[in-house]
Design a protein around this ligand. Structure first.
Ligand code: ADP
Ligand code: GLC
Length: 489
């Protein structure tokens, strides 16, 4: 099994993709699949032992790549591709909000390096599993450059969409510079409204496509959520499957989380109060009777429109009038960073904002908050709502994608209710749902029942990894039948 992507924990992370690529390989290994994930060795990453070096070429651009192997849990492993000219930069994808202009080369190189590395092992991986647009050319190369390769020829591929909003769109003149012919500039190939899309390459050429929740698999086949790809996805509906992400239950465990002041579990939540005190203090808010009785709403998020910050902005006056504490951690668009900074200055005893990426604070917020807010406009899966539930922190979410698949509203009357869900993407719906949450928070027995429901849930990777294995077997079967491609019909 060879997985290819642009981020993986614990080496490089900006979002949930890294959590998935750090945890899925060990989960596959536990099921008996030898799993290796390949990602770039970015600036500042020192992990891994150099196992080999050899030249890798993309469109006439040749550099000697270093392949650093690093163990993951359960004997899975990562291979980090070193190429300073391409990867030793300030950011993974760009700097100061602008993408690097050579991103097509940077990620085509990653894919070529991964495939060459696999080829040099002498036996093809059972399946090549490519993630997001950065790895979108892997299925394409397997159908073109490597179609008749003595080792890799015929290797089936699976492509996973973590977020359809990121499409790897580039000028068409990149085609020859990434070893592809002009025949790829066609509507049933990589062409997308006058550009080429690496994402579309993955969608078109992988034997099977997965995305990270069932609901999102349905949503992306509609114009409202399809970002222009809904037609392509409908055409491949039979090959598209939603598999909910798991979470790393070792890393996210309130009973042994080194970032919490005291461990806690469903039977004894006293450690959660200690975390609430600690997180209030971290934000410089006095932990007195008033602040400890108020509901504490946490957010840890990339600050981009996807995550619902426009909705928060529209609800701001009424939101800040609520008797609640808001503690926010994130980075992203300057206007949302500024919005939260200004709010924290204006309401120092009730609003806290940290702009930055801080793993330990993310854990402390999950531990100390009473509620976790995810008003995402769309959310392929979302991991924080699952982390929250494990920490007895009740999610308040917009019912889309993975949020809809994991959070069940109290008012549903369902015994498995574990949070609060709003369906309309409006300030009124957001505020009304927060008001419902605050009212339930005031009723201790009802609140504890909600916390307990969330804490009992099983979001471990083992269940999801079994679903991936079924997909891999299906992809291998399609290859065995000699079908290079299926529309699933
Ligand atoms: P997405 O991948 O769209 O950003 P997810 O919910 O799948 O959303 O995953 C986000 C991951 O990134 C979570 O593990 C979350 O805790 C983490 N994260 C996001 N922003 C920060 C931050 N500023 N500091 C620490 N962790 C963060
Ligand atoms: C993307 C999505 C997020 C998902 C993550 C991991 O970044 O935005 O919803 O949880 O990928 O699959």
């Amino acid at each position: 099994m060879l997985l290819i992507g642009s981020e993986a924990q614990p080496f490089a992370k900006t979002g949930g993709l890294a959590d998935v690529l750090g945890a899925l390989p060990p989960a596959l290994q536990r099921l008996g699949w030898d799993a290796t994930v390949v990602l770039p060795r970015y600036h500042g990453v020192s992990a891994g032992t150099l196992s080999r070096t050899f030249p890798v070429s993309v469109g006439g651009y040749t550099r000697t790549a270093g392949f650093y192997e690093a163990p993951l849990a359960d004997h899975a492993r990562a291979v980090l591709v070193e190429c300073p000219d391409l990867y030793h930069r300030d950011g993974f994808y760009g700097a100061d909000g602008v993408d690097y202009p050579d991103n097509p080369r940077r990620f085509a190189f990653l894919v070529r390096a991964a495939l060459e590395y696999a080829a040099k092992r002498g036996t093809a991986p059972d399946v090549i599993h490519a993630h997001d647009w950065q790895a979108g050319l892997a299925p394409v190369y397997l159908k073109t450059v490597y179609a008749a390769h003595p080792v890799l020829g015929g290797t089936p591929s699976v492509f996973t969409i973590h977020n359809l909003a990121y499409q790897g769109l580039f000028e068409s003149d990149w085609l020859p510079r990434v070893d592809l012919g002009w025949d790829q500039f066609a509507v049933d190939r990589l062409e997308f409204y006058g550009h080429i899309s690496f994402l579309k390459g993955g969608l078109t050429d992988a034997q099977l496509i997965t995305t990270v929740s069932r609901r999102y698999a349905e949503e992306i086949q509609t114009p409202a959520f399809g970002f222009g790809f809904d037609g392509v996805l409908r055409a491949r509906a039979g090959a598209l499957v939603g598999i909910l992400n798991g979470i790393d239950t070792q890393e996210w465990d309130p009973a042994r989380d080194p970032f919490l002041p005291a461990p806690f579990g469903a039977e004894d939540l006293s450690g959660k109060r200690a975390a609430k005190i600690a997180v209030l203090k971290r934000y410089g808010i006095t932990a007195d009777e008033t602040s400890l009785t108020r509901p504490l709403v946490g957010m840890v998020s990339r600050m981009v429109a996807q995550k619902g910050f426009d909705l928060i902005e529209a609800a701001l006056d009424r939101l800040t009038a609520l008797d609640a504490t808001f503690l926010v951690l994130g980075t992203g668009e300057p206007r949302y960073q500024e919005m939260w900074r200004a709010l924290a200055v204006r309401y120092p005893d009730r609003i806290g904002a940290r702009i930055g990426f801080d793993e330990s604070l993310a854990h402390l917020i999950e531990g100390g908050a009473d509620m976790f807010l995810m008003p995402s406009r769309f959310e392929p899966c979302g991991l924080n709502q699952m982390y929250s539930m494990r920490y007895g922190t009740v999610p308040v979410v917009h019912g889309v994608g993975g949020l809809a698949d994991t959070v069940t509203d109290v008012s549903s009357g369902n015994a498995a209710a574990n949070g609060f869900v709003f369906t309309d993407y409006t300030p009124e719906a957001l505020l009304g749902t927060l008001a419902r949450a605050f009212s339930t928070f005031g009723n201790a027995p009802s609140w504890h029942a909600l916390q307990a429901a969330g804490m009992q849930q099983d979001f471990s990777w083992d269940r999801s990894a079994q679903e991936y294995v079924k997909i891999y077997r299906r992809a291998i079967g399609l290859r065995a039948e000699g079908k290079g491609h299926t529309d699933g019909s």
